[in-house]
Write a protein that binds this ligand. Structure first.
Ligand SMILES: [Zn+2]
Length: 124
């Protein structure tokens, strides 16, 4: 049985429970390169060797993450609301103000999402 844990609040998400996924790509951004005459006559081999020497003692994972990192999060409905409100300063406790509609309960009530107690029986 596949179960998930909310990456926001740590709550275990039951099988078939409504959950959200967040995919984040953090990439180094570069401007378009313009090649001038000075770039053509530079000693590129020496520059590459200096760069390799500088990077030789650094953690390869740290170097990789300084260019590209992919983040995957599973969120419960409460944390999804908190994330949508403020993705950069996301805290699970910001999720469900009193009186707000609980989408998970609503979807269950109309049968879109199956609850754990409504699972199909294993016999055939
Ligand atoms: Zn959560």
């Amino acid at each position: 049985m596949i179960t998930y844990r909310c990456d926001g609040c740590g709550k275990e998400l039951e099988q078939h429970a409504l959950r959200y996924t967040v995919e984040i790509e953090v990439k180094a951004a570069y401007d378009k390169m313009q090649v001038g005459l000075l770039d053509l006559v530079r000693d590129h081999r020496a520059e590459m060797l200096r760069l390799i020497e500088r990077l030789k003692h650094r953690d390869p994972k740290e170097i990789e993450e300084s260019v590209y990192k992919r983040i995957h999060l599973d969120l419960c409905p409460n944390c999804q609301r908190a994330f949508n409100k403020n993705p950069l300063r996301f805290h699970p406790e910001q999720g469900l103000p009193a009186g707000e509609v609980d989408i998970d309960s609503f979807l269950r009530s109309i049968g879109v999402v199956q609850g754990p107690d409504e699972e199909e029986s294993p016999e055939r």
